[in-house]
Write a protein that binds this ligand. Sequence first.
Ligand code: GLN
Length: 490
Amino acid sequence: MQSDATTTESFVGRPKTLAELRAAIASGQTKSADLAAEYYQRIEQKNPRLNVYLSLTKERALEQAARVDAAAAKGDPLGPLAGIPVGIKDVLVMKGAPATAGSKILKGYQPPYDATAVSRLEAAGAVLLGKLNCDEFAMGSSNENSAYGPVRNPVAPDRVPGGSSGGSAAAVAANMAVATLGTDTGGSIRQPASFCGVVGVLPTYGRVSRYGLIAFASSLDRIGPFAANVRDAATLLGAIAGHDPSDATSSPAPVPDYAAESDKPAEGLRIGVPAEYFGEGLDPEVRAAIESGIDSLRAAGCTIQPISLPTTKYAIPTYYLVATAEASANLARFDGVRYGYRSPSSATLSDMYRHSRDEGFGAEVKRRILLGTYALSAGYYDAYYLKAQQVRRLLAEEFLRAFAQVDAIVTPTSPIPPFKLGEKTGDPLAMYLADIYTVTASLAGISGVSVPCGATKAGLPVGMQVLASHLQEGTAFRVARAVEAAQGRG
Ligand code: GLN
């Protein structure tokens, strides 16, 4: 298999961890500016084939690197991400850099401010390399809905990297960034992490401010990190988490030292294995990899308990009602007047709205706006949207009952390994159904991690999803670290 994975090039053995890179920068042994240049070189070399970055923010990155190097030379205190090259999913805004959200309708839009997660990364010392490809408005599971072309999976370039944060996952897998930010509304961090063999974190809803995130479905949208290992991802989460007066839904709960939390052994933790996540439709090779991951947790001293989450069977229709309804409202603002693309060929104002939206949005986005508008329309609201909200509540309560008995729940992240480019584009329903294991935690608001857990015989990555209750990310990290350790990673 042709491969772009980090282990095959430019590094002997595994790439350096974030902590090792930071230490080298702090001691002056590595210059942040040189590290950034090395990453830009690798991006230049790999991007034409993988299509991971949509735009680069070189000037800002090099200014920040110079600031970090100057601080290191003076012996000034350095942030936890000092000098670390990081990439940002293109649904998060950065002042003065293009923000397309993977859509033609936002072509040319340059936001005037930074998302909170972005400014917090920079305040922690990170060097922001550029903006990463994704499905249009984060709608998709394969990155094939980007108006700027698909991303290729660095591990298997004829396959998709997953989505919608395909660029964020692929950038880490191909070592085109040490870590990245993505967003997850129904699985868009966890599933691409699983497909590309990297770690992805779904923080609790409200843990990370959404200020400056181009909204898809506001009650579900979350921002979270990708990294090559659990500890690095935990370090990133620590830098971006916490209350923000600009996001009324952000949690005031104090932010733990997530990296230190992840260092605690998993021994003694009670792990639930829900039968509903191991049924029909689960690829046998994925099942085998996850079962052996569960064995390694048992060996690490965890108690494994079978549990049941019967509402899981309603999760897909519930998610696709709530998400599309909110999307239809959020995307009303793209009208050709205020942002990005405006159709040149309109005689009247309403024609201009219509043509701009018709020409600016891709097929999947239009499908969702139609579905969501329908679900919210008079006469259907009670039957669809209201019902979906009620099922959502049942699902959340079911998880809370489970977390009274277990500390974490483990499942496959995706029922299938990464598929071939083009394989599912003609069948949106099949694409939706494959989100079955990730949309549940999205609806319930709980936290989770996808951690690499073996591979198929053909060498395709498999990810294990580790779910934890609200604000219990530290527990998910501990379990994920144990899985990682059993694979000789991390
Ligand atoms: N694949 C899901 C969807 O298409 C999830 C997307 C996401 O999490 N942003 O809606």
